[in-house]
Design a protein around this ligand. Structure first.
Ligand SMILES: *[C@@H]1O[C@H](CO)[C@@H](O)[C@H](O)[C@H]1NC(C)=O
Ligand SMILES: *[C@@H]1O[C@H](CO)[C@@H](O)[C@H](O)[C@H]1NC(C)=O
Ligand SMILES: *[C@@H]1O[C@H](CO)[C@@H](O)[C@H](O)[C@H]1NC(C)=O
Ligand SMILES: *[C@@H]1O[C@H](CO)[C@@H](O)[C@H](O)[C@H]1NC(C)=O
Ligand SMILES: *[C@@H]1O[C@H](CO)[C@@H](O)[C@H](O)[C@H]1NC(C)=O
Ligand SMILES: *[C@@H]1O[C@H](CO)[C@@H](O)[C@H](O)[C@H]1NC(C)=O
Ligand SMILES: *[C@@H]1O[C@H](CO)[C@@H](O)[C@H](O)[C@H]1NC(C)=O
Ligand SMILES: *[C@@H]1O[C@H](CO)[C@@H](O)[C@H](O)[C@H]1NC(C)=O
Ligand SMILES: *[C@@H]1O[C@H](CO)[C@@H](O)[C@H](O)[C@H]1NC(C)=O
Ligand SMILES: *[C@@H]1O[C@H](CO)[C@@H](O)[C@H](O)[C@H]1NC(C)=O
Ligand SMILES: CC(=O)N[C@H]1CO[C@H](CO)[C@@H](O)[C@@H]1O
Length: 869
């Protein structure tokens, strides 16, 4: 055998070996282990899997091929679990422990509602990645997790409790930690413990953890790139050591109480030369912006909104040439912003700057260097005060918000051309006039808010994708015919339509067949005539119908009963007649506001109306209703307990624009309640009819009524003795009836009462003594046979039948009218309010709540809070 053949033979053997090895590797990727398969099956058995996502987990096939399972292809051991967003609930079986090589476990975004994180997870020694975020786990984080010494990524964001963080010091390999949402307020050791975190950490998220201090241990995380402490209660200046974290790329400190001068804070941050994202919104930073800004060359996202930053916007902003999003809304900036400020902002796409006192001065032929998608300039002063011509160059615009900017002029025809993909345009509260050109947009859905201007001419046609349209409070005239009846065949997306307070005339056209998405239809305060058209019965989604203050007439048509989701029906101030139909009670069971005020209805109040258990505002005043008040009033259960869970949020459009309101007459004045407040007003008005008989004692079970008006009727008998149970009453008018007997002594318990009228009845005896009743004017009692203060008639015969009542601390309140009224409803009520608000905020996707400033649901909710608290 010569050398050559040996070599050849050796080579061919080697080749064969290599080939077979390759084949083995490729094809004989080891099947999964029998005991691991059993473990997987046990794991599956204990899970609830509503969408059968684990259907592949069955049979004798290779379990490495099962959904979400990744094996090591050499050993066949299960290595990774990718089970995010599977809607799982149920239990987690400890059989997982038999997967001894598991290094990656992702169970995020599932639904383990109410379950604690199982402590045995701490025995999965090989884990390097553990993600349980948003899986609805609750309770304590088990300290056993500290045994996961190889763990590099730990994401527990959710709603967890922490008593001690000692265990975290076991995680010596940790690079990424997210405990957002965990309640750390009980973990007294967290400040110390964060000091023990390894310097490996690159990413540290503790938003909404109830922190009062900034964890000093962060100073030693010299590799930190992402720091997120949003939504805590940290009250300090920005600590100096922060400026030493040279690798920091993203710093999010929004929603805290950081204070200090913005200029030195920002100036010193320039040492962070890799910084691309800086969010400091909703803190207490003050002072003026300075020119140091231009050191942030790399900055891409800057959010300084809702602080107390004053002074002008320095021109050096223009040097932040990488800036993509800039938010300075809600400060007290003043002065002029000119096109110079934008010279180098070539990459700017989102600019939010509402709520300052800024003036924008641009020349009509300016060609901006940027292409914006979002431009929010609410409340600015535009110079010249017209819609800027340069907007035409912004062909990517999605959001254009310029309400209350004092702009005048007409809507140019180019508005819809240059930006036909607009999704949101708000030009309301300006001085725009003239005709509005037809609105043809290409975007999937869009909201057009142009109310409170001085437009005239006929209504524009709108493309079928428009979702919200507000053209209220202008001078549009002509009929509604072309608006509703053009292009009949095409289904329309329109869901919220507000055309109230215009000069529209003619009939409401019978063309609603293709408007099936309408949820809010507001045509109030126009000059409309005729009947309610039959095709309104096609609006099966309709939730609120406002037709008040027109010249509509006829009987209420039965086809309205198909609109079973109606919550607000306001037909007041028209000429409707006939009887109040029974079907209102039996079909419109969601009604919360029913106003038939000032029409010509006659006959009895149908007892079927008592089926409306959700009713909060019932106004039948100024009609010709006769007969007795129904005794079944107690069935209006919304007036007997707090039930605002579903307040009036159903009329929220995609971006949260809420056009909803109702009018309530109380204390002799008409008050408009909008948005959230509406859900909290409870009122009954049957005044100015010919209702006779006694006031049913059942009325007093409606203990949350704030306003009751039964005046100008033929009511007789006594005031119900338990009227004092209606302890939230602020306004009570029983005047101009034939009530007799004494004033119920319990009435002196009505401590919130601020308007009372019992005049012109046949009441006798002494006015019960309490500072409350005595504080009213004599006119509240005249026209009776009453005696005692505040009347000047002495009760000669002080029989003592009216026991004096201890003085009350509270005077009457005027809250019902001025929007602060719900403060009068006490802490319990406030709690209810906040839990509604809170759950609303929480139920919105976080991404919507926190990342999109133009999101007006948040804007408006915050507006309500700011306005009213
Ligand atoms: C893996 O699963 C897919 C479908 O889920 C199937 O088509 C394929 O045959 C399976 N392969 C093995 C080796 O079981
Ligand atoms: C295992 O298989 C995957 C593809 O299924 C491949 O990307 C990976 O390189 C393989 N690993 C080994 C060690 O063979
Ligand atoms: C692990 O597997 C073994 C053998 O199949 C079994 O006896 C044991 O019960 C399993 N452990 C768990 C926790 O399921
Ligand atoms: C954890 O899972 C969530 C949702 O699947 C994901 O958004 C997040 O980035 C993951 N966390 C980490 C650190 O990978
Ligand atoms: C886990 O850690 C605890 C201390 O936190 C220790 O007592 C226990 O022995 C550890 N368990 C395992 C299995 O290592
Ligand atoms: C940072 O680490 C050093 C030593 O490693 C230690 O002395 C110091 O206390 C740590 N600083 C903080 C704020 O934890
Ligand atoms: C910024 O640095 C200057 C001097 O370098 C210092 O006086 C000032 O206090 C620092 N500001 C903050 C907020 O740390
Ligand atoms: C009270 O309302 C319910 C539900 O609408 C209805 O079924 C019932 O008949 C009503 N009771 C009275 C006494 O009107
Ligand atoms: C007033 O009450 C007295 C008896 O208390 C009765 O005689 C008289 O008719 C009543 N007047 C009216 C107008 O109802
Ligand atoms: C005083 O009140 C009592 C009980 O209400 C009554 O019986 C009596 O007649 C009254 N006396 C006079 C003088 O009105
Ligand atoms: C996964 C893999 O590489 N499969 C291979 C197994 O071997 C056959 C031929 O024997 C190939 O066709 C497959 O692609």
């Amino acid at each position: 055998m010569n050398m050559g053949s040996t070599v050849v033979r050796f080579l061919s053997i080697a080749t064969l070996f290599t080939i077979s090895l390759l084949l083995c590797n490729a094809n004989l990727s080891a099947p999964c282990k029998q005991n691991e398969r059993q473990a997987l099956l046990k794991f599956k058995h204990d899970l609830e899997d509503p969408f059968n996502q684990l259907s592949s987990w069955a049979g004798e096939g290779d379990c490495c091929n099962w959904t979400g399972v990744v094996c090591n292809n050499l050993t066949g051991h299960v290595r990774e679990f990718h089970l995010a967003e599977m809607s799982f609930s149920g239990k987690i079986n400890p059989s997982l422990l038999n997967l001894t090589h598991l290094s990656y476990l992702d169970l995020s975004i599932n639904n383990f509602q109410g379950m604690q994180i199982p402590s045995f997870l701490g025995s999965l020694k090989s884990l390097r990645y553990l993600n349980l975020s948003d899986s609805m786990f609750v309770g304590l984080i088990p300290h056993q997790l500290g045994n996961l010494t190889s763990l590099q990524v730990l994401d527990l964001s959710g709603d967890l409790e922490v008593e001690s963080l000692e265990w975290i010091s076991g995680l010596s390999q940790l690079q990424h930690l997210d405990m957002s949402g965990a309640n750390l307020s009980k973990a007294s050791d967290w400040l110390r413990v964060t000091n023990t975190l390894p310097s490996l950490v690159e990413s540290f998220h503790m938003s909404a953890c109830g922190l009062y201090h900034i964890p000093g241990g962060i100073a030693n995380m010299t590799n930190l790139k992402f720091l997120n402490l949003r939504y805590n209660s940290i009250s300090s200046t920005i600590p100096k050591w922060l400026y030493r974290l040279r690798h920091l790329q993203s710093l999010i400190l929004s929603y805290n109480y950081f204070h200090g001068e913005i200029s030195s804070s920002l100036g010193n941050l320039t040492s962070l030369c890799k910084l691309t994202t800086l969010h400091m919104s909703r803190n207490n930073l003050n002072g003026q912006l300075t020119d140091k800004l231009d050191h942030f060359e790399k900055l891409r996202h800057l959010d300084l909104s809702y602080n107390s930053i004053s002074g002008p916007l320095p021109p050096s902003f223009g040097n932040l040439s990488c800036l993509e999003t800039l938010s300075i809304s809600g400060n007290i900036l003043t002065g002029v912003v000119s096109q110079l400020h934008f010279t180098n902002l070539r990459r700017l796409v989102e600019f939010y700057a509402s709520g300052n006192s800024l003036t924008l001065e641009t020349t009509p032929h300016w060609l901006p260097p940027f292409q914006l998608t979002d431009l929010v300039l609410n409340d600015w002063h535009l110079e010249p005060s017209e819609l800027p011509m340069w907007l035409q160059s912004q062909t990517q615009l999605r959001v254009l918000s310029m309400p209350n900017t004092r702009i005048s002029g007409t809507i140019p025809t180019w508005l819809w051309n240059f930006s036909s993909q607009l999704e949101y345009i708000d030009l309301s509260e300006n001085k725009l006039y003239g005709e509005v050109p037809h609105i043809f947009l290409n975007s999937q859905s869009s909201e057009i808010l142009m109310g409170s201007n001085q437009f005239n001419g006929s209504l524009p046609l709108v493309s079928s994708t428009v979702w919200t349209l507000d053209l209220s409070n202008s001078s549009f005239s002509g009929t509604l015919f072309h608006f509703f009846c053009n292009n009949k065949s095409e289904p329309k997306a329109l869901s919220i339509l507000h055309l109230g307070n215009n000069l529209l005339s003619g009939k409401i056209p019978d063309c609603f067949r293709n408007w099936k998405n309408l949820e809010t239809l507001n045509l109030e305060s126009n000059n409309l005539i005729g009947n309610i058209p039959r095709s309104l019965g096609y609006l099966l989604s309709l939730k609120s119908l406002h037709l008040r203050n027109n010249h509509l007439h006829g009987e209420l048509p039965p086809y309205l009963k198909k609109c079973t989701y109606l919550t607000i029906l306001d037909l007041s101030y028209n000429k409707f007649l006939g009887k109040i139909p029974m079907w209102i009670g039996s079909s419109l069971s969601h009604l919360r506001v029913l106003s038939l005020r000032s029409n010509q209805f006659h006959g009895h109040i149908p007892y079927k109306l008592c089926d409306l258990t959700s009713l909060q505002i019932l106004d039948l005043a100024h009609n010709n209703l006769s007969g007795r008040m129904p005794r079944c009033l107690y069935n209006f259960t919304a007036m007997t307990r707090f039930d605002f869970g579903s307040a009036f949020y159903n009329n929220v459009s995609s971006d949260g624009y809420i056009i909803e309101n109702a009018n309530v007459v109380t204390k002799g004045r008409e008050v408009k309640y909008g948005r959230l407040l509406l859900g909290m007003v409870i009122s009954l008005d049957l005044s100015d009819n010919i209702i006779s008989g006694e006031i049913p004692k059942e009325l007093t079970s409606l203990i949350y009524l704030q306003s009751v008006n039964l005046s100008y009727n033929l009511l007789s008998g006594r005031i119900p003795p338990k009227i004092g149970d209606m302890r939230w009453l602020e306004s009570l008018d029983l005047s101009m009836n034939q009530l007799c007997g004494q004033i119920a002594p319990s009435m002196s318990r009505l401590t919130f009462l601020s308007a009372l009228n019992l005049s012109y009845n046949n009441l006798t005896g002494e006015i019960p003594k309490s500072t409350q009743l005595q504080s009213f004017d004599q006119s509240s009692f005249i026209g009776n046979k009453l005696c005692g203060p505040p009347l000047e008639v002495n009760c000669s015969n002080t029989n003592g039948t009216v026991p004096p009542v201890a003085d009350q601390k509270h005077g009457g309140s005027d809250l019902l009218e001025d929007g602060w009224f719900y403060l009068s409803l006490g802490l319990g009520f406030l709690f209810g309010f906040w839990s509604v608000l809170g759950s609303l905020l929480l139920n919105l996707p976080w991404s919507i709540v926190f990342s999109r400033f133009q999101n007006s649901i948040v804007k408006k909710l915050c507006g309500v809070i700011v306005e009213h608290f």
